[in-house]
Design a protein around this ligand. Structure first.
Ligand code: PA5
Length: 430
């Protein structure tokens, strides 16, 4: 991954960060880097995620999925960090796989039913993922999926892989039915677990190259140095932080590839859940090039000066020529390809934001493949860890998420939680 911050500098953009201010910030980056390296060396909670390129064992994952390696479809049941990393990988590489990857994260009953009615369950595998093993949405959806398999006369125990923590209800269930299971690595929070079994079981069932994913991530790990001027991941994390300090409270992630739309969703969770603490953080927004040039670009170019726009340029992808026509006004299109049109729109949008003094950063890939995706996921995680150090927040906790989980369980009678009492009191006040 290459990162171009030229359009985020104060000489081009407002609110931009001057080169001098980034040089001053680099001293803090050096300190943060030392802290990050120490955390990695001691396998501290959260920092351990940056060790995954060396820790994850592709053979173990492939062995666990072996019984369902020929599945026509894979239903992953999980939510948040237990789904979005896997979805980013399999959605980005969907064209390369014969297995359809479906993600049941929401508990919208109509939507869940529509998937279960549509899929050939006898040819479908189930991938249940929950670090805690207690998340109500995941366990409820799993029970519903299991029931649908039983109703269709399909033995779900033959077609299920579980990834969860060392103990908990989901672990107990896996043990009771002797299901193939993998362990969520210790010290790795959900949204940082894409490069562990959590994100890679789905990739394995879909036949993707696990080694290349980890190699791309390892290359990014190698580039972690104590200076934002030498390290693409830190350049991104530090620039986003510096711009937020100057008023860019929103970070719009805009990939210029349909295949990377889910990446923007993954990034939004990473950035929001990790940095949104102590009244600090930068609000992630999601858009897709070129589609959202026709919906959100107006705001990004001429609305409040409170945004950083992050573009992802996918590099070389398959192309398709635009056919000639006998309509003179359209002749220019016949000389181009769809890829060239996309590229022209990207460059025009980037330049138009810069011309309007709107800060933007470009993340550059050399194509959408396993190696580049591994680098992109790892790079953004490292950027986020660095930003967390600069903000001085606890990047790896998510107390607001845990609060809502307990309240939900309590309201449904799944335990005695003071969070549920607080919701009940509020409801009574209405
Ligand atoms: O990043 C996180 O920690 C969260 O988004 C979790 O991944 C999400 O809440 C699901 O939790 P679990 O994996 O315990 O089911």
């Amino acid at each position: 991954m290459n990162v171009d911050i030229g359009n985020a500098l104060a000489s081009v953009a407002s609110p931009g960060a001057s080169r001098e201010s980034l040089e001053r910030l680099d001293e803090q980056v050096a300190d943060a880097h030392e802290r990050i390296v120490a955390g990695m060396e001691q396998s501290e909670h959260g920092y351990e995620a940056l060790n995954l390129p060396e820790r994850t064992d592709p053979d173990e994952i492939r062995a666990a999925v072996e019984p369902v390696a020929d599945a026509e479809a894979l239903i992953t049941v999980g939510i948040g960090g237990s789904a979005l990393g896997a979805a980013t990988i399999t959605d980005a590489l969907a064209d390369e796989s014969d297995t359809e990857a479906v993600y049941l994260d929401n508990v919208d009953p109509e939507w869940v039913s529509s998937h279960l009615e549509r899929l050939p369950l006898e040819e479908t595998a189930i991938n249940v993922v929950s670090r805690s093993g207690t998340t109500a949405e995941t366990l409820a959806n799993f029970l519903v999926v299991r029931d649908a398999f039983e109703a269709a006369g399909v033995d779900w125990t033959e077609r299920t892989i579980v990834t969860t923590g060392e103990s908990g209800p989901l672990r107990n269930l896996a043990d009771r039915h002797d299901l193939p299971s993998l362990k969520v690595p210790d010290g790795v929070p959900g949204r940082f677990s894409a490069l562990s079994a959590v994100g890679m079981v789905a990739a394995a069932v879909c036949g993707h190259d696990l080694e290349a994913l980890l190699e791309g991530a390892a290359a990014e790990r190698e580039s972690l140095t104590g200076s934002l001027f030498d390290c693409p991941a830190y350049a991104y994390g530090a620039t986003a932080y510096a711009l937020d300090q100057r008023g860019a409270a929103v970070n719009a992630m805009v990939p210029y590839a349909e295949s990377l739309e889910t990446f923007a969703e993954w990034f939004a969770q990473l950035w929001a859940e990790s940095l949104g603490k102590d009244d600090l953080g930068q609000t992630p927004a999601r858009a897709l090039g070129v589609t959202d040039q026709h919906s959100q670009l107006q705001l990004y170019r001429a609305g409040p000066r409170d945004k950083l726009v992050t573009f992802v340029s996918p590099g070389e992808t398959d192309d398709r020529s635009i056919p000639d026509t006998d309509v003179d006004e359209l002749a220019y299109l016949g000389d181009a390809t769809l890829g060239e049109l996309l590229e022209a729109e990207f460059e025009a949008t980037e330049a138009s934001l810069a011309a309007a003094g709107r800060p933007n950063v470009r993340l550059e890939l050399e194509g959408v493949d396993e190696y580049e995706l591994g680098g992109l996921l790892y790079g953004m995680e490292a950027a986020c860890v660095l930003a967390g150090e600069l903000y001085g927040v606890n990047t790896f906790e998510q107390p607001a998420v845990e609060w809502a989980k307990k309240a939900t369980r309590g309201l449904l009678g799944g335990g005695d939680f003071e969070e549920a009492d607080a919701v009940a009191e509020k409801t009574e006040l209405r």
